[in-house]
Ligand binder design. Structure first.
Ligand code: ADP
Ligand code: ADP
Ligand code: ZN
Length: 215
């Protein structure tokens, strides 16, 4: 049997990156994440699109969505190359959801359900490894040594967009654009809702059980 195609949905800070790492380790799939892909290409010139800003960076720093043309292309290429994947950070609006329907078949759709009040604390306390991308939280998931990655010894940094102001804007953008995507999958009866407010290990138990039973 081939590896499963998994979609992981949830608000910014719901724990998608954290759980995707577990999924990759156990199910041997590719982690396809538009956020990381865009961060690696932040200064790409997209002025030919004639949209609001000329680089992904400008959208990301404002907490707004990067244009669909840019993101759809990234996802199509990554999914074509993957033997099984966990897709994280996409789709973020209904147009992206429709595009995804056209280019792939999903085996599992997970939704990490976390109350909005919790998201700001999670995102402003998030630290990521500069070297390997591992995710930490100063309070909820601290590394053994402050500022140093447990996995690789790399330096832990705060993302430019994890400031309180940008976090609030990202949550607004999520409510307006991405919540309809959750409803779309819910109506299709495909959504596996997981309580994302449990500890990371408890969330992982539910995620693993769901993937094992549905894939
Ligand atoms: P997302 O990819 O959905 O934006 P992350 O996986 O980066 O979310 O998690 C956001 C922050 O919350 C990180 O600092 C992470 O360590 C922390 N976190 C993840 N899962 C949990 C959890 N179940 N409980 C508390 N904090 C968590
Ligand atoms: P988080 O999960 O913490 O919200 P991401 O790393 O997924 O953060 O995304 C960071 C930023 O990258 C978003 O605020 C947005 O500007 C851009 N981005 C990521 N994925 C998409 C997407 N599917 N469509 C448009 N913009 C995106
Ligand atoms: Zn690291």
């Amino acid at each position: 049997m081939s590896n499963p195609n998994i979609l992981i949905l949830g608000a910014p800070g719901a724990g998608k990156g954290t759980q995707s790492s577990n999924i990759v380790e156990v199910f041997g799939v590719e982690h396809v994440t538009t956020g990381d892909a865009l961060r690696a290409n932040k200064d790409m010139d997209i002025s030919h699109l004639d949209t609001e800003y000329d680089t992904p960076r400008a959208y990301m720093d404002a907490g707004e969505l990067v244009p669909d043309e840019v993101v759809n292309e990234i996802v199509k290429t990554a999914l074509d190359e993957a033997d099984g994947y966990v897709l994280d950070g996409y789709p973020r609006n209904l147009a992206q959801a429709e595009y995804l329907d056209e280019i792939t078949d999903l085996d599992v759709v997970l939704y990490l359900d976390v109350d909005k009040d919790e998201l700001v604390d999670r995102l402003t306390g998030r630290r990521v490894c500069d070297e390997c991308g591992a995710n930490y939280h100063v309070e909820f998931n601290p590394p053994a040594e402050e500022g140093v990655c447990d996995e690789c010894g790399g330096e832990l940094i705060q993302r430019d967009d994890d400031t309180e102001e940008t976090v609030r804007e990202r949550i607004n953008v999520y409510e307006e654009n991405t919540e309809p995507v959750i409803e779309h999958f819910e109506e299709e009866g495909e959504l596996a809702r997981i309580d994302g407010e449990q500890t990371p290990d408890e969330v992982w138990d539910d995620v693993r059980d769901t993937v094992e039973s549905e894939a």
